[in-house]
Structures are given as structure tokens and as C-alpha cells.
Design a protein around this ligand. Structure first.
Ligand SMILES: [Zn+2]
Ligand SMILES: [Zn+2]
Length: 141
């Protein structure tokens, strides 16, 4: 049952603010090595549509692969979003959100890349790297 959630948030320094909506308040955690190098731990993300930003001048986009980019605030370094280039959705860093009370962790991806020193206790669906690539393979060109 979908319950659309209105999302608002900001980076650590406040130079970047955003608002948007999520079809459901579901959070995914990505344990891949790129996300962990970027975020220190797993990257907790929520799919956001219709995102609008204040402070665009403070957003730097880093092309982390052929198909995706990652954005951060160039004043304070807060991670902002992961974006598959051909998609209209942004995977917003849940840490930015003003209200996190309704969020639920429902999915962990790249579970086979998770290092052994931590484990998330929530019961979620999990996907290995191979399962992610099979389900969401970017169109090859
Ligand atoms: Zn900032
Ligand atoms: Zn990742």
C-alpha cells in the first residue's frame, strides 16, 4: 500500500536544501565498496521524485561510473544523492532528511560486499551484487 511521503532536508552547513516526494518511505542500504568509500558506512538512500534544490551552486556532481553520478555539498562535504544518469529519480542520502520518523529499512543491496565488522539487525530483503546487476543492469551502449 503506497503512502506518498513529502521529503525535505538539508546538508550539514545548510547551503543546499531540497524538497521532493517518495512514493513510499522505504530506505535501502547499499554495502558496495564505492558507497562505503564515499560514506564510511553503508549508504542509506531513499528514492525521491520531483526533487528541487536551493543552493545549486554548492552542489558538485562526481561521475562515479559510466551510468551514475554522486553529488555532494562543496562547502561542507555532505553526501546529497546518487543518480543513475538516465533516471528521473535521485537516491537521496537519508541523513539529510528533516523527519526520519516514518522511514523503514526494507532492502540491503550488495550484501556480499559488506565487510564483517558490522551487521544491520533489521529484517530486510537482501540482494547480492549479481542479483542487483541482473535486476537493474544499466542499458549497455
Ligand atoms: Zn553543506
Ligand atoms: Zn553502493
Amino acid at each position: 500500500m503506497a503512502q506518498e511521503a513529502r521529503l525535505t532536508g538539508r546538508c550539514l552547513c545548510g547551503a543546499v536544501r531540497f524538497s521532493g516526494s517518495a512514493s513510499e518511505p522505504k530506505v535501502a542500504a547499499c554495502h558496495c565498496s564505492i558507497c562505503r568509500r564515499w560514506s564510511s558506512g553503508p549508504y542509506f538512500e531513499i528514492s525521491c521524485e520531483n526533487a528541487t534544490f536551493e543552493g545549486e551552486d554548492n552542489i558538485t556532481r562526481f561521475r562515479s561510473s559510466d551510468w551514475a553520478e554522486r553529488a555532494f555539498c562543496n562547502r561542507c562535504g555532505s553526501n546529497l544523492f546518487y543518480h543513475i544518469i538516465d533516471s528521473n529519480e535521485l537516491q537521496i542520502s537519508t541523513g539529510l532528511l528533516d523527519d526520519q520518523s516514518d522511514l523503514r529499512l526494507t532492502l540491503q543491496v550488495f550484501i556480499d560486499e559488506k565487510p564483517p565488522f558490522y551487521t544491520l539487525a533489521d529484517k530486510t530483503k537482501t540482494m547480492t551484487a549479481a542479483e542487483v546487476y541482473a535486476a537493474y543492469a544499466p542499458p549497455s551502449d
